[in-house]
Ligand binder design. Structure first.
Ligand code: GLU
Length: 412
């Protein structure tokens, strides 16, 4: 039977534990989430009726620094998923070496069904419920799927009303409200640096390399624009409503303008239509899942024709698909490194907030590049040392760092 999200993350972790020959007591300390919170969110809807939603915050590990991780609004959010994503954040912050631990939150809701005022009320109620266990030195949320700078702005405001002015309680805020330059593009930009490093190590260049991207939200759309500007060929893009294909490369600036006006990449006239399923199986160099989890699974992994999978989304590959990719020589650039640009610039935002400074966009991007490139050096060295996949190597690097901090602080 296929593993659920949390089992999948633990499966990858176990491999790292094996390679590092960690004793059982250390494994238990590393794998177990520190705190799991479930809150009932009852709000008044615009028509006067009551809406009832469930929210979660899982704080996985804080041995390297305050808990850190996004907040997602999606109908599929459940404890298992949030637990898995919180654990991934622990290893991600360690791989990219920012002084945070790992956490994740979510509300089980379809935000498209709510008005802006309802969404604001829901966000404020969530902050009210979790405010005793978060804070600028405790746990710092950020955007994730279907949440954005506006939601972070409400979050900052509600927390500050309760606890006093605290911009560093949340990252990914609007620029006018103590946000950082470069944060919006950061995850996409980090993905670009990651794939550039992996291609470079194989003697290849971004120029002319073909990409197919599933998802045109914050991460997918920024990545597409940056790839296009770097001379790569984005041949296919899709979102919830469908996709488009053009063999010699899509005109990404026009596609982005089309998506802005219509709300979707579908029906872009300067390309052929393509289903989401076909996008995954298209012939290209790099396939980029940039939306939901577990989209690459046992049922389609053998049909993937890309040479690389760039995990812009969190947890897009099941353990079974990962094995198939390894057997077929398809290189997975793992989420905990590939998409770590977002949390890296969150760290810069938090630093600016706590120091009351403002960095230039050039400085943000330069520092981001440094973190991604240094993480690649550590992961590549580990791959050599253990003769393992990029994913396992990234987990080994993360686990090693968290283990060190955990032991130095004292386990029990
Ligand atoms: N949600 C993003 C992630 O999965 C960003 C988290 C953050 O900035 O704290 O990495």
């Amino acid at each position: 039977m296929a593993m659920n999200a949390y089992q999948t993350t633990n499966h990858y972790l176990e491999r790292a534990f094996e390679l590092l020959a960690l004793p059982e007591r250390v494994r238990t300390a590393l794998i177990t989430p520190s705190r799991e919170i479930r809150v009932e969110l009852i709000i008044e809807l615009d028509d006067g009726s009551l809406g009832h939603y469930i929210g979660y915050r899982v704080q996985h590990d804080d041995s390297r620094g305050p808990f850190k991780g996004g907040l997602r609004y999606h109908p599929d959010v459940d404890l298992d998923e949030v637990r898995s994503l919180a654990s991934l954040m622990t290893w991600k912050t360690a791989v990219v070496d920012v002084p945070f631990g790992g956490a994740k939150g979510g509300i089980q809701v379809d935000p498209k069904q709510l008005s802006r005022r309802e969404l604001e009320r829901l966000t404020r109620r969530f902050v009210e419920q979790i405010s005793p266990v978060i804070g600028p030195n405790t746990d710092i949320p950020a955007p994730d799927m279907n949440t954005n700078p506006q939601v972070m702005g409400w979050f900052f405001d509600e927390y500050s009303r309760r606890c006093g002015f605290s911009p560093a309680v949340v990252t990914g805020k609007p620029l006018e409200l103590h946000g950082s330059l470069g944060r919006d593009a950061a995850t996409g930009r980090g993905c670009l640096f990651a794939v550039r490093e992996v291609l470079g190590a194989a003697g290849k260049k971004l120029e002319g390399t073909t990409f197919a991207i599933q998802g045109f939200g914050n991460v997918g759309s920024w990545l597409a624009r940056l790839l296009h500007a770097a001379g790569a060929r984005v041949v296919a893009v899709s979102d919830l409503r469908g996709g488009v294909f053009k063999g010699d490369g899509l005109d990404i600036p026009s596609l982005a303008a089309h998506a802005r006006t219509t709300g979707s990449v579908a029906d872009f006239v300067y390309a052929e239509p393509l289903s989401n399923k076909d996008l995954l199986q298209i012939e290209c160099d790099v396939l980029v899942p940039a939306a939901l989890g577990h989209v690459l699974h046992e049922g389609n992994a053998r049909d993937i024709r890309a040479k690389y999978v760039l995990e812009a989304a969190n947890g897009p590959t099941t353990a079974e698909a990962d094995q198939i990719f390894n057997d077929r020589g398809i290189v997975c650039i793992p989420d905990i490194w590939a998409n770590s640009g977002g949390v890296t610039v969150s760290y810069f935002e938090w630093t600016q907030n706590t120091q009351k400074l403002k960095w230039s966009e050039e400085l943000v991007n330069e520092m981001l590049e440094k973190h991604i490139v240094q993480a690649h050096r550590a992961v590549a060295a580990c791959m050599e040392e253990y003769k393992c996949s990029l994913r396992t190597a990234a987990f080994v690097v993360g686990v090693r760092r968290v283990k060190e901090a955990t032991e130095l602080r004292g386990i029990g």
